[in-house]
Design a protein around this ligand. Structure first.
Ligand SMILES: [Zn+2]
Length: 304
């Protein structure tokens, strides 16, 4: 009993260290470096405590623009596996990902494993949309595709990883079923999304939502909306008669409030978690929680 308790304690302490990002000092476990915190959480669930997962993107950060230290770049080049989102998401990190790949570090790009959609809006039409994680089925495809890479990691317990991957796959299927049921309850004509950044293209395609408009054009948070973007969106809002406008937690919702006022229609501004996990206690500390909270808020916001 005592031994089991100690083992449980040890793994709890280990888990805390990973969560707090206390991974600056190397240990003797194999190292997987992951770019975004959404993928960092998923990979951590798959490999378990016997593999060190270093997530480069901090909680509440912008995946399009975050940068890393020289020390983090050095660890990236010494990793046993580097996992990135790809599809142009990590604009601030790409040079380091390329350098690691060039020096022979095995790389897994999640975007290579999914059925990719292009941005639909005019400014970014023809550009791949990197926000695949808003569709849990696509995340499941990523989990399926990454498993062989994880099993290849030197020093990792392949049997444990296979078991953990199968268990997480079940949890993703459960999430998928919950989302399907929650969105099916929204009448089709009310399934319209207005957000302040084009994150929900995959969710929209999967669950039958129309994207009425996005406030920030071009699919990146780095661009600013013009006055004509705002006017166009106001017109779209009025035509669609949407009940709620969704703002993301990773960028200010001031613009969304201006819009709601300018559109002169009654819209509720609802905050969603979109591109980043939060610190513990922030409401979206892991991928499954983030998705469940968003689903509940969208379903409530658009309910008749
Ligand atoms: Zn984005």
């Amino acid at each position: 009993m005592r031994t089991r308790l100690s083992a449980a304690l040890a793994s709890a302490v280990l888990a805390l260290g990973v969560l707090a990002g206390c991974s600056a000092a190397s240990d003797d476990r194999p190292l997987v470096v992951v770019s975004t915190n959404v993928l960092g959480d998923v990979v951590g669930e798959l490999v378990g405590p016997d593999v060190e997962v270093m997530t480069l993107m901090k909680p509440n950060a912008d995946p399009h623009s975050f940068e890393i230290s020289a020390q983090e770049a050095a660890r990236l080049r010494s990793a046993d596996l580097v996992v990135s989102n790809g599809l142009g998401l990590e604009e601030g990190l790409q040079q380091h990902l390329d350098a690691a790949a060039a020096s022979g570090v095995p790389a897994f790009v999640a975007g290579d494993a999914v059925d990719v959609l292009d941005y639909a809006e005019r400014d970014a039409a023809g550009t791949p949309d990197p926000h695949f994680w808003t569709d849990p089925a696509r995340m499941a495809a990523v989990v399926d595709a990454i498993e062989p890479y994880l099993l290849e990691i030197d020093g990792a317990d392949a049997k444990a990883i296979s078991e953990r991957t199968a268990a997480y796959r079940d949890r993703l299927d459960g999430l998928d079923a919950e989302m399907t049921a929650a969105f099916a309850a929204i009448p089709a004509e009310r399934r319209a999304l207005v957000t302040n950044h084009h994150v929900f293209g995959y969710l929209a395609e999967r669950f039958g939502f129309r994207i009425v408009g996005t406030v920030i054009p071009g699919g990146t948070t780095l661009a600013a909306p013009s006055a004509s973007d705002l006017v166009g969106l106001v017109a779209a809002l009025e035509d669609a008669g949407v009940a709620a406008v969704f703002a993301e937690s990773s960028s200010p919702d001031r613009l969304m409030r201006v819009l709601a006022e300018e559109a002169n229609v009654h819209v509720e501004v609802v905050e969603l978690f979109t591109e980043s996990l939060t610190p513990p206690g922030g409401g979206a500390e892991d991928y499954l929680t983030m998705m469940r909270v968003n689903t509940e808020r969208i379903a409530t916001g658009l309910a008749p």
